[in-house]
Each structure stands twice: as C-alpha cells, then as structure tokens.
Ligand binder design. Structure first.
Ligand code: NAP
Length: 332
C-alpha cells in the first residue's frame, strides 16, 4: 500500500515509517523540516505545515491510508500554535482524506486528554474528558481526538491511540532533556515518589499503531470511531522510571525531593510571571508538569488487547537494555 505518515521524521513517526518500509509499503511523510533519516529509507518526504491545507492535500494524493502522528508537544507556548498544529492540522488531515477518498486513518492521541490533575488508576476509556485543562497540549489534543472519532463513518474509518510516555532508542526529546537536567542537578522527585505511571517502549507503540491499522483494513467494526489506551500494561513508580532511564546513560539516580504542593505552587507562579512579562522560554516547572510528576496516572489496556490484539512484545527490562546499548553508542 501507499501510506502517509505525518510527523514521519519524529520519534514515533520515524519508527512507524521504518516498520512500514520493512513490510514493503510505499511511504510518504509530511512535516516542516528535513529529516535525513527519511532520505536513507527512500521515502518521499514532503515539507510543509499541517495548517496549510493545499500543501498537505497535494502531499497526501495517491495514498491509501494515514498515520496522523505529528503534533505540537510541550508544556509551554502560545495557544494559537498548539491549536494550529493539533486541531486545525487534524481537521485538515481529515478533510484531505475525504476529498482524496482515503478510507483509513490511525490518529496518535495522548492519555493527557483525560487527565484532570488528580490521581487516576486503572481506569478504562469510559473516563470522561475533564472540564478544564492546565495546559494547551492536552486541551488541543482532546479537541483533535474528538474530531477524529466524530469523523468516522462509512467512507472514512478512524481509530485513535493514547500511548503514555513513549521511551526508547532515538528519542531526541525526553531523554536528552532528562539527561541534561539531571547532570545540571535540576531534577527533583516530587512527594513520596510512589505514584505509579504508565509508559510504553517505542516498538510496542509502533506495533499497536500497525495492529490498529490492520484491524481497520480487515474488520473495522470493533475499533472504528474509538480511542484506546496503550502502554507496557505494568505501571511503574515515576521515580523508578526516571532513575532507570538515567541509568541507561550511567547517570546517578535523582534523590533530591520536593513536596508536590510546593512544586505546583511554583509552577503556577512561574507560569503567571512568564505570561505577565512575555517571557517565551519555558519555565523550569509548570503546573501541568508538577501534577504529572506527583500524581498516579495509569490506565486499563484490556480494550486494546480485546479489539485489535495488542500485546506487549518488548518488556521494560528488554527495552531498557536496548536503550542502554543505544545511549552508550550515541551519548556516552
Ligand atoms: N513522546 C511521548 O511520550 C508521547 C506520549 C503521548 C502521546 N504522544 C503523541 O505521539 C505523537 C508523536 O510524538 P513524538 O514523541 O514522536 O514527537 P516528535 O518527535 O516531536 O515528533 C512530532 C513530529 O511532528 C512534526 N510536526 C510538528 N508540528 C508540525 C506541523 N505544524 N506541521 C507538520 N509537522 C509538524 C515534527 O516535525 P517538523 O519539526 O519537521 O515539523 C515532528 O517530527 C504526537 O502526536 C504526540 O502527541 C507522544
């Protein structure tokens, strides 16, 4: 098949592209920048912004299925920028699917769309969206997810996946920032550090995307118009996860602690101050980040298992070994 991957040069997008190419598919990718790794794979890369409909539609022409992975991530930035990429961009992808007769779409969402700042343990997809959000990223991803689910009909089949905290080799976002902050002594464990969170090894996240897509092709009924949590299926205390990731780079564990209440207050205060003074750089902590670090958030993945056969292929231990080998080759 000829398949289209938005954000194909990013962490998850590139890993999906690699698997699609390995399975013999023709792949076209779309994002604003150039990504040399895509050239090496022989895919056709279109440079453009998701908010520019005409450019996007031209790039999607001739494709038979879409993995819409691209997003503006992060804790800080302007609402218009998050909205432009995450909401308008998703609406554009859906509209182009309709106009070009593309029938199948997998959307990469995030569990943060249902995160209300409090503990959430073992809930399934019936968990409602919160009434308010403390950051633009989850808010705009939630709008996009709703658009994707609402777009499902007889001519366009859609499914949405919510991977939690993706990690693994070739992560050029989370891992470098974690290493940098730890080396600078800026990381803190919030609270008793026993709060458990979900995470997912990159290959498992890719596998879920491909399985969900195959399900749409073969028998969409169980998955169409639905959204699914995907993870390692084994929540882990957040401090343990952070310290295991740091260990892959031979960085000592974080031991300094900060009470969650202080961290949340600091996040609120810094956000307000940065806004008032028009400071565009990201504050060292935001309310949303402080909440994410100090609360439990893990979810039931039995629907993904039941509806499209998702199973964890790479365990946490195996994933950490693979990550360690990659970090040693690339960082240390
Ligand atoms: N990483 C995680 O832990 C995590 C957790 C939950 C959900 N997710 C979701 O997973 C997806 C992929 O995340 P990731 O970690 O792979 O992120 P990533 O490495 O930052 O990749 C995102 C890609 O999107 C492209 N992009 C961003 N804005 C764009 C725009 N306006 N127009 C076109 N392309 C644009 C970027 O490429 P250019 O810069 O070249 O445009 C980038 O390569 C996202 O939808 C995210 O919400 C990720």
């Amino acid at each position: 098949m000829k398949l289209f991957v938005t954000g194909g040069g990013g962490f998850l997008g590139l890993a999906i592209v690699r698997q699609l190419c390995a399975r013999g598919h023709e792949v076209a990718t779309f994002s604003r920048g150039k990504h040399p790794a895509l050239d090496q794979l022989g895919v056709t890369h279109f440079q453009g912004d998701l908010s520019e409909y005409t450019v996007l539609k031209r790039a999607m022409a001739g494709c038979e299925g879409v993995f819409h992975v691209a997003a503006k991530m992060g804790m800080w930035g302007k609402y218009e920028d998050f909205y432009g990429t995450n909401v308008t961009g998703t609406e554009n992808v859906l509209q182009a699917c309709r106009e070009l007769g593309i029938r199948n779409l997998v959307f990469t969402s995030s569990p943060s769309v249902v995160y209300d700042g409090k503990d959430s343990e073992g809930q399934n997809e019936s968990l409602p969206y919160p009434k308010k959000y403390d950051a633009w990223y989850p808010q705009t991803k939630a709008i996009a997810e709703k658009r994707v689910m609402a777009a499902n009909d007889a001519s366009l089949k859609t499914v949405s996946l919510r991977p939690h905290l993706i990690w693994g080799p070739e992560d050029c976002q989370l891992l470098p920032r974690l290493f940098e902050k730890a080396k600078a002594g800026k990381l803190r464990i919030l609270g008793n550090s026993l709060n458990r969170v979900d995470c997912i090894y990159i290959d498992n996240a890719v596998k879920a995307h491909l399985q969900a897509f195959n399900q749409l092709l073969l028998d969409p009924a169980p998955v169409e118009g639905k959204t699914y949590f995907i993870s390692q299926g084994a929540p882990i205390p957040i401090a343990e996860l952070i310290n295991r990731l740091l260990a892959t780079g031979e960085i000592p564990p974080v031991t300094k602690r900060l009470p969650p209440g202080i961290a949340q207050l600091a996040g609120r205060f810094l956000e307000t101050t940065y806004r008032i003074f028009g400071i565009s750089t990201e504050p060292p902590i935001t309310l949303f980040l402080a909440q994410q670090l100090s609360t439990a958030h893990w979810y039931d993945i039995s629907a993904a298992r039941r509806d499209f056969g998702y199973e964890v292929e790479v365990s946490l231990e195996e994933g950490m070994e693979r990550l360690r080998a990659w970090v040693l080759r690339n960082y240390v």
